[in-house]
Write a protein that binds this ligand. Structure first.
Ligand code: NAD
Length: 523
């Protein structure tokens, strides 16, 4: 399909309505939003200022109190209604996400799957997570100790452009269920997916001011969200994450940071190569490689290296790259000129320093302004940009290794630690290798979806890939303040009664401590 034949699916009147719905305190500069498939401006959105963000946070703070007072069952019902609306309205969501990110339709559909799965999981688990818990008291039988969970208040979410549906709302759902309000600042490139999801949350019964979207630039609107919120959930690049953490730290505001990666894939000699090759294609080229958990380094045991590489190159050459608002093309566009520039720079630098391009390696302006071919390189070495920096594009280096041990050493030789995968027919060996890889998630015989879609289990980065976790209990409880309430029913923990000499008391407590160490029920 040529660009002129490609209709922009999303209705422009709907986009204007969404842009006009961003609340501002006055007239604001308008930021153009581009369709990466064509490079055309599809709409503009307001550049929200500090004053706009302050007003949004103030409204959110007021609305949060009533929202938190609702029974958890009501909040969960709203999230389950949202789950259904997301599935019902998937066509419009897919059109808008594709329009502003340039991704392939199946990549956009992965986001719909993720949002619905996360909504279902947390809606059914929230009551458990929030239930008061009894904990062991200071003195057996005499101290009744319970832990309560309170919402933190206003959660500020700052999100990137690569998964505009998932990363706008999937982290917001547990925050809302825990009784918080949310103010979201989506990426400048992809505000409309977030605004559309906001409307679906409203339709599902989440009050207007409990989930708000402010638009605009990171250094202004994003920084103001970080400054004003009671908890910050940030997803984006590691350098931006450091700035966000510094500001949050100065305010003593807690935060979670989901940052970049340079993710390794390890293929052991006994792997099913057909499955491993499919995993490599998916893990390297989904979303044109603009996926925080995609692979940019593949290490293959020498005995199967040639065969793996040969099949991987053949499968990659067969990928259908191009624009399309229907299911079909395998690989879509990069999001914009900056991303294309980084990808081209990394490939040129590697080639100039001796790397071999086995397939791809070129931009494809004939398909659209920001398309780049899925690219496989070998001979990546220290000193090349792509050896250590995140490329965040459809570019991967494949290298042979002599043993699993060498693969583990190379996998860990990175400042990042987000996601990895290990391919082997021996599950036990796979787990043993996985445990030695310094990444927050490791998939065995799957690229990334096995760990990511296990929403009950924590997901996040070690080392420079982040702080804190999303998903599971960890991804819910971070949005709560714990409060310990301990009732002393008899005696006092550290005060002897008046009639007991202090020396006797000290001896009696010493005996008690010795006994407590030995009694399984109380230690
Ligand atoms: P980015 O860091 O440039 O921007 C992310 C968001 O932060 C945007 O909304 C931006 O406007 C905002 N921002 C920029 N400067 C800010 C500031 N000073 N204060 C507050 N907010 C600010 O990242 P990007 O280019 O949009 O996204 C790509 C990066 O995100 C990659 O490094 C990728 O690995 C990472 N990422 C990580 C995950 C994860 O879960 N770990 C998921 C997706 C993307």
């Amino acid at each position: 399909m040529t660009l002129s034949e490609l209709p922009a699916r999303a209705d422009s009147a709907a986009l204007s309505r969404l842009a006009a719905s961003v609340p501002t305190e006055g007239d604001r500069e308008e930021i153009p939003v581009e369709a990466p498939y064509s490079g055309d401006t599809i709409q503009t959105i307001p550049a929200s200022t500090d004053a706009d963000v302050s007003a949004a946070v103030e409204r959110a703070r007021e609305a949060q109190k009533l929202w938190a007072d609702r029974p958890i069952s009501e909040r969960a019902e709203a999230v389950l209604r949202f789950h259904d609306l997301v599935l019902d309205e998937r066509t419009e969501l897919l059109d808008v996400a594709q329009l502003e990110s340039g991704k392939a339709r199946l990549d956009a559909f992965e986001e719909v799957l993720d949002v619905a799965t996360t909504a279902r999981h947390y809606a059914y688990r929230a009551a458990d997570y929030l239930a008061p818990e009894r904990r062991k008291g200071a003195l057996p039988l005499m101290t009744d100790t319970r832990v309560y969970r309170h919402p933190i208040g206003v959660v500020g979410i700052v999100s990137p452009w690569n998964y505009p549906l998932t990363l706008s709302v999937s982290d917001a759902l547990p925050a809302l269920l825990a009784g918080n309000a949310v103010v979201l600042k989506p990426a400048e490139e992809t505000p409309f997916s977030a605004l559309l999801l906001r409307d679906l949350l409203r339709e599902a019964g989440v009050p207007d001011d409990v989930f708000q979207v402010v638009t605009g630039r990171g250094g202004e609107a994003g920084a103001a969200v970080v400054e004003e919120s009671d908890f910050v959930c940030f997803t984006g690049g590691t350098e931006t994450g450091r700035t966000v953490a510094e500001r949050a730290g100065a305010n003593l505001t807690d935060c979670s940071l989901e940052l970049g990666g340079k993710n390794p894939m390890v293929v052991l000699g006994d792997a099913d190569l057909e499955k491993a090759v499919s995993g490599a294609v998916q893990g390297c080229f989904t979303n044109a490689g603009q996926l925080c958990i995609s692979f940019e380094r593949v290490y293959v045991e020498r005995g199967v290296y040639d065969e793996f590489l040969d099949r991987f190159v053949r499968r990659t050459r067969g990928l259908d790259v191009g624009p399309g608002y229907d299911y079909g093309p395998d690989v879509g566009s990069l999001v914009g000129p900056d991303q294309l520039e980084t990808v081209e720079r990394h490939v040129e630098d590697a080639v100039s320093k001796g790397a071999d391009v086995l397939t791809g390696g070129r931009a494809r302006p004939d398909l659209g302004p920001y398309f780049f071919e899925p690219t496989i390189l070998t001979g990546a070495r220290e000193g090349m940009k792509l050896a250590r920096e995140e490329t965040f594009g459809p570019v991967v280096s494949v290298e042979p290794v002599e043993s699993a041990r060498e693969a583990i050493r190379l996998a860990n030789d990175s400042a990042y630690g987000l996601n990895a995968s290990v391919w082997t027919e021996d599950g036990e060996r796979g787990r043993e290798v996985a445990r030695q890889i310094e990444c927050g998630t490791v998939n065995i015989n799957d690229a990334y979806a096995a760990a990511w879609a296990s929403v009950d289990a924590p997901m996040g980065g070690m080392k420079d890939s982040g702080l804190g976790r999303r998903h599971g209990r960890e991804g819910f409880l971070k949005y709560t303040e714990s409060q310990t309430v301990a009732e002393q029913r008899a005696g006092a923990v550290t005060e002897p009664p008046d009639w007991v000499p202090e020396g006797w008391y000290a001896e009696a407590m010493t005996l008690l401590l010795r006994a407590m160490k030995r009694l399984p029920g109380v230690r």
